[in-house]
Ligand binder design. Structure first.
Ligand code: ADP
Ligand code: MG
Length: 246
């Protein structure tokens, strides 16, 4: 099976710093893969290269068999790679449903110069996506008054509006309470199971990672020091030493 995503010998240097150093991995369709590692390990740098935000110093990124190295973020997004941001990117003055409708409009390459008209489009699709993320009952609320965890769910619905094959989530649960974290990753796991979307995510909370990831990769000082099943990673002395402080 062709991997949905492949990084081959990916590196990014900032001056003398090797923020990402010769990292290779692949992601299978329908896989929920965690990238973990201490602060400054190079996780976000890795994500930024995969999304076209940052040009690699060396190496290649292959999306579904196509070399996308150095392509612009918009191009990569059009090829079916969605992402959620650490800072939520919703329109505060619109309702929850309208935010998803705008994402659907954008997916269908329609502009929304006149909002009252735009928000009559894709209403049912928006409701269905809100249902997927458990927010159907909040469709008519203004995004500005949403709780943080609900904003994150909205952001996921907006990412799904683009029907991505792959979702990149850099710390999707940052700033959330432990219980919210577990619930959000449960939602992501459900989406993976139901839609066959592949997900690469980073996460600090090890309980969340161990509970939901199909596989875990560990980055330390820019290098991939482990890559395997949850139990193997848990038992790996290298991982315990650098990451879990054990
Ligand atoms: P993580 O997401 O794992 O916490 P980052 O990828 O953000 O780590 O950072 C990896 C290393 O690269 C850190 O030492 C960070 O300071 C450095 N770094 C990240 N972005 C830049 C940049 N634009 N310029 C210089 N150094 C950077
Ligand atoms: Mg980071």
């Amino acid at each position: 099976m062709t991997p949905i995503l492949e990084a081959r010998h990916l590196s990014r240097h900032f001056g003398a710093l090797r923020a990402v150093d010769d990292v290779s991995f692949s992601l299978a369709p329908g896989e929920l893969l965690a990238l973990i590692g201490p602060n400054g390990a190079g996780k976000s740098t890795c994500f930024n290269m995969l999304m076209g935000q940052l040009r690699p110093t060396a190496g290649t990124v292959i999306l579904d068999g196509t070399d996308i190295t150095g392509k612009k973020p918009r191009h990569i997004w059009r090829m079916g790679v969605g992402r959620t941001f650490q800072i939520t990117a919703t329109y505060a003055s619109m309702t929850v449903a309208e935010n998803v409708q705008v994402a659907l409009l954008s997916h269908h390459r329609r502009t929304f110069a006149f909002l009252p008209y735009a928000t009559r489009l894709y209403r049912d699709e928006a409701r269905a996506l809100l249902d997927t993320v458990g927010m159907a009952d909040q469709a008519d609320r203004h995004a500005a008054i949403l709780a943080y965890g609900d904003l994150k769910r909205l952001e996921i619905a907006m990412a799904l509006a683009h029907a991505p094959k792959l979702l990149l989530m850099d710390e999707p649960t940052a700033g959330m309470a432990p219980r919210e974290r577990v619930a959000l990753m449960q939602l992501v796991a459900d989406i993976v199971a139901e839609r066959g979307v592949s997900v690469l995510f980073t996460e600090h909370d090890m309980d969340v990672v161990f509970a939901h990831a199909h596989r875990i990769m560990v980055l330390n000082r820019g290098q991939l020091i482990a890559n395997g099943a949850v139990e193997a990673i848990r038992a790996d002395p290298k991982v315990q030493e650098v990451y879990l402080g054990g």
